[in-house]
Design a binder for this molecule. Structure first.
Ligand SMILES: O=C[C@H](O)COP(=O)(O)O
Ligand SMILES: CC(=O)C(=O)O
Length: 208
């Protein structure tokens, strides 16, 4: 699963207020050549949106984001999410992902986070909040002691079309994520063509 995300290089992170909004957004992302979305459990609509979108767009790779509890992990699996991510490194959600056989990237931003995640068997780690935590320089510093462990990272937080190539140039970066592809203002204004254009630009910038 994560290999397919690596081939796109970019995962749009989205919060939607209704399944209808989520379906329109998925159409826009598909039109932009980026059939990938991380639907965050920051809104009550996440579970239903993943369920509906998985049925309507089987070609899309739909994941669940902001997974903070074991219950959310189970709901994400049940709704048809094919991967899950979280902002933090939480033993409870890591164990829940293992029980459900859900590909899961917990969030890390310190050496201790990395060691805890690796000890719990995780091999793809979300580097969050990437830019605020020191960006490419911080990630390279973390790769000093941990680069030989066979782990990969997905930087998220402050990533844009303008800086994503710097992250993707690091071999251990599988893909980047962020909300910039589908900004809330554009979603609320129904500017689906504009979102498709941002997605297309992101895909083009992520080619490697
Ligand atoms: O998971 C997501 C973060 O909220 C993304 O951060 P961003 O809004 O800087 O892209
Ligand atoms: C930040 C992040 O990865 C999430 O909300 O899942």
């Amino acid at each position: 699963m994560f290999d397919r995300l690596r081939s796109y290089g970019v995962v749009p992170v989205v919060a939607v207020d209704s399944p209808d909004e989520g379906l329109r957004l998925c159409e826009a992302l598909i039109a932009g050549g980026l059939p990938v979305a991380e639907i965050t459990f920051r809104t009550a609509a996440a579970e239903a949106t993943i369920r509906e979108a998985a049925k309507r767009f089987p070609e899309m790779i739909l994941g669940a984001g902001t997974i903070l509890t074991a219950e959310q992990m189970r709901k994400a699996v049940d709704a048809g999410a094919r991967f899950a991510v979280a902002p933090g490194c939480n033993p409870t959600t890591i164990a829940a992902a293992r029980e459900c056989a859900m590909p899961f990237a917990p969030g890390v931003c310190t050496p201790s986070d990395v060691e805890r995640a690796v000890e719990m068997g995780c091999s793809l780690l979300k580097f969050f909040p990437a830019e605020a935590a020191g960006g490419v320089a911080m990630l390279k510093a973390l790769l000093g002691p941990y680069g030989h462990l066979g782990i990969s990272f997905c930087p998220t937080g402050g990533v844009t079309t303008g800086n994503l190539a710097e992250y993707l140039a690091i071999p251990q970066v599988a893909f980047v994520g962020g909300t910039w592809v589908a900004k809330k203002e554009l979603i609320k204004a129904g500017r689906w063509d504009d979102i498709a254009a941002v997605a297309a630009a992101a895909v083009a910038a992520a080619k490697r």
